[in-house]
Design a protein around this ligand. Structure first.
Ligand SMILES: *[C@@H]1O[C@H](CO)[C@@H](O)[C@H](O)[C@H]1NC(C)=O
Ligand SMILES: *[C@@H]1O[C@H](CO)[C@@H](O)[C@H](O)[C@H]1NC(C)=O
Length: 322
């Protein structure tokens, strides 16, 4: 474990210095140069967190497969100087992608692809690689959904006995950035500004528990009356840490959420959504899954590419549901 972590840090370092060719290391999606600005959209049919959602996510995963495959061929070609081949492979892949993408990603793809027509191979390769990175990094947000009266969901709000009153701000300053954010308790609002300066781009608040919480009786976390800035663009992340995360520097689990329709319904995020431990946004492949029986920290985050600039996130109540 130790060794592989060191390896990861080294890679991240290399990428930050910008020495990587467009293709290498597909899992490092957010650091490459010449990135096409992030995809700021989600499908119109994402409101349901049930079957429909599963289908959209499954197709999205197929799109990510296509992208990973293309990169695994195009990258080595580019790296040995065969830029034309790389551009060709990327273009072929981009032509297959549309049916697998959620609606709004599709329009984004088509727009990008039509924009590369007159470009030379190198620019095309970079542009498509940027688009591919956006697709690999895209996660379908959870949104509020209509819950039938017969659904028997039990809501257990967080209160002062569970949550510490004051969250701890964690900003991209840990990596040299200058983003800001704070919790306004009387308004139940998280507000701030994310900045891309110094390779930054996130702002978060963390509530740490005195002792690990055993939430194994619950299905997940809910928010009531969620509202936020730029409803159709901004997405936010819910962060959880369990006892394992405490052993691995800067690791956590995250799920993306948004309320694009400004719906008044509750937002439910199941623990099953926290299926991949990450470290500074990179998946720790092979790491253990989230354990709701030993939760040490909960937090909310605004992060690039969907949030750049000022943001506000408000909710009346949050807690556990089952
Ligand atoms: C938003 O509202 C539209 C129109 O009422 C609806 O079709 C769509 O499913 C809703 N949900 C999301 C997440 O856009
Ligand atoms: C957590 O609670 C469940 C019952 O809800 C219990 O079975 C389990 O042993 C507890 N786990 C820990 C780590 O305390």
């Amino acid at each position: 474990m130790k060794l592989s972590l060191v390896f990861l840090f080294v890679i991240v370092d290399i990428v930050k210095k910008g020495n990587l060719l467009p293709a290498a290391y597909g899992f490092l999606t957010t650091h490459s140069r010449h990135r096409v600005r992030g995809l700021m959209s989600y499908p119109k049919n994402a409101e349901s967190n049930g079957v429909e959602r599963d289908e959209v996510v499954e197709k999205l995963n197929q799109a990510k497969e296509i992208v990973a495959q293309a990169i695994s061929i195009g990258a080595p070609a580019y790296n040995v100087g065969d830029i034309a081949r790389c551009a060709q492979v990327y273009e072929q892949a981009s032509n297959q992608l549309a049916p697998f993408l959620p609606n709004d990603l599709q329009s984004k793809l088509l727009k990008e692809v039509s924009g590369i027509d007159g470009m030379d191979d190198d620019s095309r390769a970079w542009a498509l690689r940027g688009l591919f990175d956006s697709i690999s990094g895209y996660q379908l947000p959870f949104s509020p959904m209509i819950i039938g009266d017969d659904s028997n969901i039990v809501f257990q709000p967080f209160d002062a006995t569970i949550l510490p009153a004051e969250p701890r701000p964690v900003m991209d300053s840990v990596m040299g950035g200058i983003s800001e954010g704070s919790w306004v308790p009387e308004l139940k609002t998280f507000r701030g500004t994310t900045s891309l300066a110094n390779n930054g781009g996130f702002s978060s608040l963390r509530w740490r528990f005195q002792t690990p919480q055993n939430w194994s009786h619950a299905k997940g976390i809910y928010f009531q009356s969620l509202q936020h800035s730029s409803p159709t663009e901004h997405t936010f992340r819910l962060i959880l840490k369990d006892a394992t995360c405490e052993q691995i520097r800067l690791s956590n689990f995250k799920a993306v959420f948004a309320n694009p329709n400004e719906s008044k319904e509750p937002l439910l995020i199941p623990f099953s959504a926290f299926d991949q431990m990450e470290q500074m946004g990179n998946p720790l492949v092979g790491s253990p899954g989230f354990r709701p029986s030993v939760v040490t920290e909960i937090g909310i985050m605004a992060i690039k590419p969907t949030v750049v600039g000022s943001f506000e996130l408000h909710f009346e109540e949050w807690g556990l549901y089952n």
